[in-house]
Design a protein around this ligand. Sequence first.
Ligand code: FE2
Length: 468
Amino acid sequence: MSRRLGALIAVVALASGALLVSAVFWYRSIGVGISIDKAPDGVWLGILFWILLTIAASSLTVGMPGGSFLDVGFAPIVAAMNLGGPIVAGLVALFGATQSRELRRQAPWYGVVANHAGITGPAIVGAYALSLVPSRANTAVDVVATVGAACIFFSLNTFITSMVVSVRSGEPIGKLLRADAGAYVNMLALAPVAWLMAQMYVAAGWWAVFLFAMPLYTTRLAYQRFAEVREMFTETVRSLAEAVDKRDTFTSGHSHQVQEIAKAIGQAMKLNNADMEALEWGGLLHDIGKIGVPDSVLLKQERLTKDERTTMNAHPVLGAEIIAPVRRLAPELPIIRHHHEWFNGSGYPDRLVGDDIPKLARILHVADAFEAMTAARPYRMTPLTPEQALAELRKFGGIQFDPDVVDAFVRTEWARGLADPGRAEVREVPLIGQAAGTLPMTAHPQSDASSAGGAGAPESVRPNPASA
Ligand SMILES: [Fe+2]
């Protein structure tokens, strides 16, 4: 456990503990609504009932794509909040949040603390908010107030959980929050169900609460299906990318590596979450068009003929065509189509110049080239060292690569400790681009960074064999 994570968990635990103590001192009494079967001395039995119900519901956790866990234990806690106020909400959340993986000792102790504290504090805050609402004898007011309190509870809990996962995994918090967004709506839809549970408990008795077991269970199944479908999508895309890489033993794992480098550059450039996600998928799928390149061309170790090079250079367009029907991957299309455009306009397929090249494609181009240069290829069995590869990126900054993206690459862990020659001299990029635009659309020999290696510079500007 890192220091930052420890500090965060300690703050959350202390805040939640302080909230529970303050609830006890502030309210002193427990709402009588929680008393089981309205018995005068049934308050603690009632609390125990809701704790057990929450434990049962919490045992059905579903791992979400963002790395957090969701469970339907949320509903009994909101019901307890409605019935008994802040003290009861705190106690039911604190003990009811016990998960089966905790009992099986599969969760680290700090994870257990984070889980319980991350639920208890928000539950008390939600219950405080609910207790401040006047006229709750009015049914409509009570429903709206309970849903509002549930929103506060769930939002706070989600934020704390995402913060902990973010510090632990290094993933941006916004990305984690967004990854689970689909589940939030379902979760909040449970709030009115929780209110109904509370009403049934008071009006008909504790047994009536079990009438809600089936809807809660089906909700849990819906979460599970949501998580499974997303996971399946991720795995399918990963397998597809790996299948393309594996056609050539030299490029196995290439897409995954490019994805990692591109993500690091994106983080250094402080991209927003949508762009980061596009880079992730785009990194994996950028060479998907190579599916349509015959083995005789893809695996050829000698220099490609002009026609073969044209076939090879068609892979970005082909890739974009393959992915186009998948609406979910629309943000990745510009990356796939333009990842071989050159900053000076002499790349392919559209000869875009400078900032006209989509930013994410410029990032991927640098990541792709760095990976290709530092990995063995049949035409260059000894790969460049990371330092040599960085020198190439610098040398071709403004020609092939966006110099700002290369600057960002230098700030990533991939360039940590490497000697950085700094930016090459400033070149008149627009003029070169205009000149390139007037040239006929011919293929550049050996210009595919990932298949032909090196910085992919055309022969005319390639200074030494190290970049070929
Ligand atoms: Fe490519």
